[in-house]
Write a new protein. Structure first.
Length: 417
């Protein structure tokens, strides 16, 4: 049985709020960059004369880079602390996002997007861990969800401003903004971000805990929990990135204008922000299993509505429902992953979980590209994601059960002692 290491919030409430706010800002920037390639995809495809298959690789390059970024950064943060690794990650994805505007062909664009993904992948598990560790344990799920609300919020900002950059070559402005802002944030992080896992704690944990990579993931009865985290992350992120990257393209392929497609995408992101906040609050206040079941039923309803809706109004509503439960559901999974591992293992455990999810992020857009190449009907393409969500939902429900049982046992053990 995993030994629970209770979170200790920063001594001053102001430090807690500063940590959460700065992590929220980083999440906004990640969401902005993630969505940026989707909203300008048509312009890039036209300028670089890309095939649909090549466009799929452009979508997937950054998410592929997130795989090594998340593992390495998460592991290092458990060894030397969170803050410095996070700042390096933010600087990297900011610089490489800026470089996206200077690419000239398919190859350079893939390389730059891959390197951007390394930085984003490194930052994500650390802002999850730091948000979780900055508050008392009871509120860790809510803190992670509030922080993660920045991702759809940032993506929504991208969808809004994309309408102003429709001229030839104007897509580059998205990446100027998306690159310079993280770079400008770095000195603020150096000055004001509070470390949540100190070198002193690292040294203490090194004495008291086995830090072997395999032990962290599979030791002390964690095998089932780890596999359930991986499966739920994998399936949910296949669908999330599928929709994030391809929804504007699919809607335009159905004859909708770029403005209408942007409105549908905006509805998805607004739904996502609401879902992240509401579902995160529910995680801290009602049974985990009930929230997780509701999430995956909601995802199935949203995807089904997107598949069969025809009018613009219906598509906007279906997109909002999908965003509420898909993005909100992924936020809930991040919160559950943070609760599944004790503090001295959290960076590694969450980092590997994020990395496994990046496989889904990588496969999702590519899979959509392949399906789209064979059948350009958007209803068929979106509907093909439903079986994947069913598998992810089953794994997530089992995960919630395991975490609830472990936390109940830990509470009982503390009461006896």
């Amino acid at each position: 049985m995993t030994t629970s290491v209770l979170n200790v919030a920063p001594k001053k409430p102001s430090a807690m709020y500063v940590t959460l706010f700065l992590c929220f800002c980083i999440a906004i920037l990640e969401g902005f960059d993630i969505q940026s390639i989707g909203v300008v995809a048509s312009s890039i495809q036209s300028e670089f004369a890309l095939s649909k298959g090549e466009l799929g690789w452009i979508f997937s390059a950054a998410t592929l880079g997130m795989f090594p970024g998340a593992i390495v950064a998460g592991r290092l943060s458990d060894k030397i602390g969170r803050k410095n690794i996070l700042i390096i990650s933010v600087a990297l994805f900011g610089f490489m996002s800026l470089m996206t505007a200077f690419t000239t062909d398919f190859t350079s664009l893939v390389i730059v997007r891959f390197l951007t993904g390394i930085g984003m992948g490194g930052a994500l598990p650390l802002i999850i861990a730091m948000s979780s560790e900055s508050v008392p344990e009871r509120w860790s799920a809510t803190a992670v969800s509030v922080m993660y609300a920045g991702v759809p919020f940032g993506a929504g900002i991208t969808a809004i401003i994309a309408g102003g950059f429709t001229g030839i070559g104007e897509w580059k402005n998205i990446f100027y903004l998306g690159g310079l802002t993280p770079i400008a944030l770095v000195p603020i992080l150096l000055l004001f971000l509070k470390e949540t896992y100190t070198k002193k704690e690292v040294k203490q944990d090194a004495v008291t805990e086995n830090t072997d990579f395999k032990f962290i993931l599979f030791g002390e009865g964690r095998t089932a929990t780890t596999i359930q985290i991986w499966l739920s992350f994998l399936g949910t992120l296949i669908v999330l990135y599928f929709i994030l990257n391809w929804l504007p393209v699919l809607m335009q392929n159905n004859g909708l204008s770029m403005k209408s497609a942007s409105n549908i995408q905006l509805a998805y992101q607004v739904g996502g922000v609401c879902g992240v906040l509401i579902l995160g609050w529910l995680l801290s206040n009602i049974k985990l299993r009930s929230v997780v079941i509701m999430i995956y039923i909601g995802i199935l309803i949203g995807l089904s509505a997107l598949t069969f809706s025809k009018s613009l109004t219906a598509l906007v509503l279906a997109s909002g429902i999908s965003g509420f439960f898909i993005t909100g559901g992924q936020s809930a999974l991040y919160a559950l992953a943070a609760r599944a591992y004790s503090k001295n293992m959290r960076g590694t455990g969450v980092g590997v979980a994020v990395a496994m999810g990046r496989i889904g992020s990588f496969v999702g857009p590519l899979l959509a590209g392949v399906i789209f190449s064979y059948n350009s009907n958007s209803s068929f393409v979106i509907g093909s994601s439903i079986p994947v969500i069913l598998i992810a939902g089953i794994a997530a429900i089992l995960l919630a059960n395991n975490i609830a049982r472990r936390e109940k046992a830990d509470t009982a053990a503390l009461t006896k002692s």
